[in-house]
Structures are given as C-alpha cells and as structure tokens.
Design a protein around this ligand. Structure first.
Ligand code: NAP
Length: 274
C-alpha cells in the first residue's frame, strides 16, 4: 500500500478501498437528482465528526494514486445523523461526471477537517440576517438556517436564492415550507424565516439578480428599506461574479467583512473561487 495511505477499516470497506490519512471512508445513503444539472447526496456521518453550520469539507472519490477531491458545503444541520451535499453536474467534468453516478453503499472520502468563513460568530449581533446565494451556493445556508443559534442571534432570517431556471431551485419545497418538519427550529423558522427564490431565465414572479435586489432595496418582502450596516448582517455564497459585485454594493453602504477574530457586518465564502 502507498505510504501516504492507510485503510481506516471502514465498516464494510473492501481491501481495495484505500482511505487517505486525514479522511474518513463513508457510505452513500441516498442520492437525489433534482434535474439534469443538479443532484444531492447523503453519506453516513462518522461519530467523531464535528462541524459548525455553514462550513465546507473536502469530499473525495477513491481513485488509483491520489483521490479526486472537491470542496462541498455541508447542507445538513449540525445535529443531523448524516451529512448531505449539493452538487452541480459539470458536463465532462472530471469530478462530477463520476460523482453523479454514485449509488447507495458506494464509498466516499470525507476530510476530517471542516472549514469555512460563513460562520455566525464572524458577524456582529444584528436584527436581520440576509443569506444571499446563487446556484449551489445555497448549500451552506440550509445548514445555517436550521441552527437554533441563528434564531437566537437574529430576529429575521431572509434567504434569497437566485438561479437561472426554475428547475435549479433545489430544496424549494423544504424552504417554502419553512422547515416545518424540523423538530429543533420548525417553530422559530415559522416566525422568523423567509425564503425569496428568484429565477433569471424562466418565467417566475421574482426575476431579479441579487445585485439588482440590493440596489432596489426590496430584499425583504414587504420592506423597502435599504440594507443597513447598523441592523443588517449578510452572508454571501455562490458565483464569484455575484460575490464580487455584492461586496462592492455592501461596502458602499458601510458594511465591513467580518472574521472569527474580528466580527463585522458581512461574510463570504472564498473556498469555491475558480
Ligand atoms: P449559475 O447558475 O451560473 O448562476 C446562478 C445565478 O447567478 C443566475 O441567476 C445568474 O443570473 C446569477 N448571476 C450570475 N452572475 C451574477 C452577478 N455578477 N451578479 C448577480 N447575479 C449573478 O450558478 P453559480 O451561482 O455560478 O454557481 C454556484 C457557485 O456556488 C459555484 O461557483 C460553486 O462552486 C459555488 N458553491 C458551491 C457549493 C456546494 O457545496 N456545491 C457551496 C458553495 C459555493 P443570470 O441568469 O442573469 O446570469
């Protein structure tokens, strides 16, 4: 066996299943194909695996030599028994072309070190928390919006999901249902959570890009108030172009980027650059 590799004796793993040092070998529990462009999958959660809402982790496919690895935000709330991820299907992509073919019981590599910047502790206390996502950038916010602490820290949580086509609105039912089935946050979400889907290339009630929504000051339903750094906090995740433009708009309004050491008014995820 390669010196860098060891078999972590995963339950049910075959001798050919090499799991790199620093990784768990986990089993696929289920796969859901939202559309020809999008799918999600859940894997078993190792007992010692901890993460903070909003973090991402490296996911890998066993391969001869070095495994193929990509960063994926964890969709699941921190208290879930399993770990769920959302992925696009990149046509001809080295990783997702293989990943989209996974089936229950297949082996997935999971890095033991979650990381990320979309952390509520990097934000100063505020009244409204805006979670602004394009495409699969939605993933970490499904975790943040199911964390009871989020509802303790903020009076209102507003999730804006901007996609090209209606079929890209993954988790639409769960979000529009305000996590009613969630035993931990169901009641709080009903009172404090709003879901604002927006679709730019199909017929849909809301068709604006997030940048246009910020400029028009119509982010919250029934509210025409501008984003205000005194009361509002923002998390950004998704397309690099969207993040860059939103960042300029926010900083023009007096928002500063926060970190765990120096909490401020907004945070963004950089791990998916490129
Ligand atoms: P996309 O399908 O290309 O775009 C989604 C939406 O963003 C479209 O409605 C598009 O509007 C809009 N958009 C594009 N450029 C914009 C801009 N400059 N300002 C405002 N809106 C803009 O999907 P994507 O958002 O690029 O893809 C998702 C990203 O999230 C990927 O980069 C991925 O790496 C990242 N991510 C993934 C995960 C995960 O766990 N899978 C987690 C975090 C982040 P138009 O139709 O008008 O162009």
């Amino acid at each position: 066996m390669d010196a860098d590799y060891q078999n972590m004796a995963v339950l049910g793993a075959s001798p050919a299943d090499h799991v790199p040092v620093g990784f768990y070998g986990e089993r696929v529990l289920r796969v859901h194909h939202w559309s020809s462009a999008l799918f999600s999958f859940a894997i078993s959660r190792p007992p010692g695996f901890r993460f903070r809402s909003g973090e991402f982790v490296m996911i890998g496919l066993p391969a001869p030599g070095r495994p193929l690895l990509r960063a994926y935000s964890i969709v699941s709330p921190f208290y879930a028994d399993e770990l769920e991820f959302l992925s696009i299907k990149v046509p001809g992509g080295a990783f997702t072309s293989r990943l989209q073919g996974i089936e229950p019981d297949d082996l997935i590599l999971l890095s033991s070190k979650p990381a990320g910047t979309l952390i509520a502790d990097a934000l100063r206390p505020g009244q409204r928390l805006f979670l602004l996502a394009t495409g699969t950038g939605l993933a970490p916010f499904l975790s943040v919006a199911r964390d009871p602490d989020t509802y303790e820290k903020f009076e209102e949580i507003i999730l804006v999901h901007c996609v090209r086509y209606v079929s890209d609105l993954a988790y639409r039912e769960t979000l529009a249902g305000l996590f009613a089935d969630d035993c931990l946050v169901g009641e709080q979400a009903l009172a404090q959570f709003s879901y604002l889907p927006t679709v730019t290339r199909d017929g849909f009630p809301q068709r604006a890009r997030i940048t246009h929504m910020i400029e028009r000051g119509i982010l919250a339903e029934g509210s025409d108030k501008e984003l205000d750094p005194v009361t509002d906090r923002v998390m950004l995740c998704g397309s690099l172009a969207m993040i860059g433009e939103c960042r300029t708009l926010l900083e023009r309004r007096g928002f500063a980027e926060g970190s765990a050491n120096k909490p401020a008014e907004y945070v963004l995820e950089r791990a998916f650059a490129g």
